[in-house]
Structure formats: structure tokens, C-alpha cells
Design a protein around this ligand. Structure first.
Ligand SMILES: CCCCCCCCCC(=O)SCCNC(=O)CCNC(=O)[C@H](O)C(C)(C)COP(=O)(O)OP(=O)(O)OC[C@H]1O[C@@H](n2cnc3c(N)ncnc32)[C@H](O)[C@@H]1OP(=O)(O)O
Length: 217
């Protein structure tokens, strides 16, 4: 598991974000439209043909495997394939995780039809995925990265699709272990809480160069 240096300027990062961000946004919109459309089936079949051509055009030149976690020499993170925050990943909501001076990390986001489990509600596995990430970023907010070892969820009540908030913070440390707690909330309060044991890998300094230790934006 290696982080990849991509030696480009901050301006070039911004330029690429302006190109790929809107593409992923459109695909996110497409996912929602595919779930909710009620148009005539001939329109659906035509749309599929057009989309198949678009996929073919994008695959004309592509990398092998996943995007990886890239960073610039200045430490700008580009985790653009990430399932939760990936700029180029239309499956990701994507969360914009903010790091506060006291170590709290927060994210405000909206989940629509693509994240449904029980009717009108967020899939429990999606809640776990989002909290795994938010707790993971809180665990790494001290710039010492950690991986999820154990993650315990408590689903207090159904989480309705719509605007949501997530937050997490390190509450205890013991050697290489950090205990991180967090929750997803709606306008009426917490719907899911999580507690995780996050572990700093023994050789983290070896797998993660100094320039990659600035948390991704
Ligand atoms: C550098 C990356 C930064 C990015 C941060 C973003 C995070 C996003 C969240 C994720 O999705 S992370 C991906 C999901 N997690 C993984 O893939 C982790 C896979 N597991 C591992 O790589 C290793 O098992 C792990 C690094 C977690 C631990 O291996 P170690 O060999 O370092 O553990 P070791 O056996 O030396 O035990 C160290 C301590 O941790 C404890 N421990 C080990 N595994 C544990 C576990 N799974 N759960 C709870 N505690 C655990 C262990 O009991 C011990 O406690 P004590 O010091 O008190 O004795």
C-alpha cells in the first residue's frame, strides 16, 4: 500500500479539479436520474446507447487499476477515487470533511436516492462507510495516520435521506491505538453513533512520505 507522488503545481491540481469534478457531478446526477426516471422506455434504451458510447470514449485511454492516493510535493492530497470523498468518484457523495483546531472533524452533506436502504432512509452500510471515513480522518487529524481496526456502530433510529451532518474526534490514546468517537445527525439529533479503534501502522513513516502527511482537502 503506497501513496503516490504526482509532481504537479497547486494550479494544475485546481485545473484538473475543474475538469473532473463537473464530470463526476454529472455522473452522480445520472445515477439519481436512472433510479427516479419515469420516461418512456424507448428513451431509456436510447439513453443507454448514448451512455455506452460515452463510456467507450472515456476508456480510450485509462490507467490500470484504481486511482490510488496521490499527493503533490507540497502535500496537496488527491484521493480522487476514494469511495467517500473522491472528487472523481460519482459513488462518493462526496463528503467535504473539515478539520477544526480542537481535532474535531465535521462534514455536512446530503444523501439522495442512491443511498437508500429502508424506504426513504439511508442504508445502514452507507452510514457505516461514511462514519468509518469520518472517524478515520479524525483519527489522523493529528497528522499521524491510522487505519480502522475495529468499528462499532449503534443505530439509534432510522436516518432519513436528506441533509445530514457527521462529526468525530479522538477521545483516547493508548500506544499506537486511538479511540475515536463520532456520529451522524439530522435536524432532530443523532441517528447513528460510532466508536472505533484506529491503529497507527508500525511502519507508517515508511509507507507515507512526509509530503503526503497533510490530510487531503
Ligand atoms: C496511512 C493511512 C491513512 C489514511 C486514514 C484514512 C482511514 C480511512 C478508514 C479506512 O477505511 S482504513 C481501511 C480499513 N482498515 C484496514 O484495512 C486495516 C487492516 N488491518 C491492518 O492493517 C492491521 O491489522 C492493523 C494496522 C489495523 C493492526 O496491525 P498491527 O500489526 O499494527 O497490530 P498489532 O498486532 O501490532 O497490535 C497493536 C495493538 O492494536 C491492537 N489491535 C490490532 N488489531 C486490532 C483490531 N483490528 N481492532 C482493535 N485492536 C487491534 C492490538 O491488540 C494491540 O493492542 P495493545 O498494544 O494494547 O496490545
Amino acid at each position: 500500500m503506497q501513496f503516490t507522488l504526482e509532481d504537479i503545481t497547486a494550479d494544475e491540481v485546481e485545473r484538473r479539479m475543474a475538469v473532473y469534478g463537473p464530470l463526476a457531478d454529472t455522473v452522480r446526477d445520472l445515477i439519481d436520474a436512472v433510479i427516479r426516471t419515469e420516461v418512456d422506455e424507448t428513451v431509456v434504451t436510447e439513453a443507454n446507447a448514448r451512455l455506452t458510447a460515452v463510456v467507450e470514449s472515456l476508456r480510450a485511454n485509462q490507467i490500470d487499476g484504481a486511482f490510488g492516493v496521490r499527493h503533490t510535493a507540497e502535500g496537496i492530497g488527491m484521493p480522487w477515487g476514494n469511495a467517500v470523498i473522491g472528487l472523481r468518484n460519482a459513488i462518493a457523495p462526496p463528503l467535504q470533511v473539515l478539520k477544526h483546531p480542537d481535532g474535531l472533524v465535521t462534514a455536512d452533506f446530503t444523501l439522495g436516492a442512491a443511498y437508500e436502504g429502508p424506504p426513504g432512509c439511508v442504508h445502514g452500510g452507507v452510514c457505516a462507510m461514511l462514519l468509518d471515513h469520518v472517524l478515520g480522518q479524525a483519527g489522523s487529524a493529528d497528522d499521524v495516520p491510522c487505519y480502522t481496526g475495529t468499528l462499532k456502530m449503534r443505530y439509534l433510529r432510522p436516518t432519513r435521506l436528506g441533509p445530514l451532518h457527521a462529526e468525530a474526534i479522538i477521545t483516547e490514546r493508548e500506544g499506537r491505538k486511538k479511540i475515536v468517537r463520532g456520529a451522524i445527525s439530522d435536524a432532530d439529533g443523532e441517528t447513528v453513533t460510532a466508536e472505533g479503534v484506529f491503529i497507527v501502522p508500525k511502519d507508517w513513516a515508511g509507507v507515507m512520505p512526509e509530503s503526503a502527511r497533510i490530510p487531503p482537502r
